[in-house]
Write a new protein. Structure first.
Length: 153
């Protein structure tokens, strides 16, 4: 499943960048994030709870920053498995942060692949869930970042 979108955050690009690479701040924005920790400079682990139509699935996820050009570009590869359901997922997220008059335009592309029972839930259900989670993520990023004072030099 492939998705892409663009949204604007009323904050400088450096503040948005620092939010999306800081696991503590990022965890506050990820819908269903129960825990997230930095393993090293490029690896993260998280436990997520995702409501999918008629059930809630918990996932253990590992993420890796594969390609970064601070504060403008990042690629994250995530591998995860549901805790109580057979299957795995692999997601690749590419994001571009573009400064625009004191705000930041963020364009992202998500490529999500699933196998096993997880995939049997169907793309239509999963797409709706991912789209809803993306909207919630944007709302949370805006709420967190737009209230953050600018970092003084």
């Amino acid at each position: 499943m492939r998705m892409e979108d663009t949204f604007t955050v009323a904050a400088p690009v450096e503040i948005v960048w620092n939010t999306v690479i800081d696991p503590t701040r990022l965890g506050q924005c990820l819908p269903g994030c129960e825990s997230i920790k930095r393993v090293d400079d490029t690896h993260y682990e998280a436990t997520m709870a995702v409501k999918i139509q008629f059930m809630t699935l918990r996932f253990f996820t590992r993420g890796e920053l594969k390609d970064t050009d601070p504060p403008r570009h990042l690629t994250v590869v995530m591998d995860g498995r549901p805790i109580a359901l057979a299957g795995v997922f692999r997601a690749q997220l590419r994001a571009e942060l573009i400064p625009t008059n004191g705000s930041t335009e963020m364009h992202y592309e998500l490529d999500l692949r699933m196998t096993g029972r997880l995939a049997s839930l169907g793309e239509a259900i999963m797409r709706k869930t991912v789209e809803q989670s993306a909207r919630e993520f944007v709302t949370k990023v805006r709420a967190l970042v737009e209230d953050t004072p600018a970092v003084q030099s």
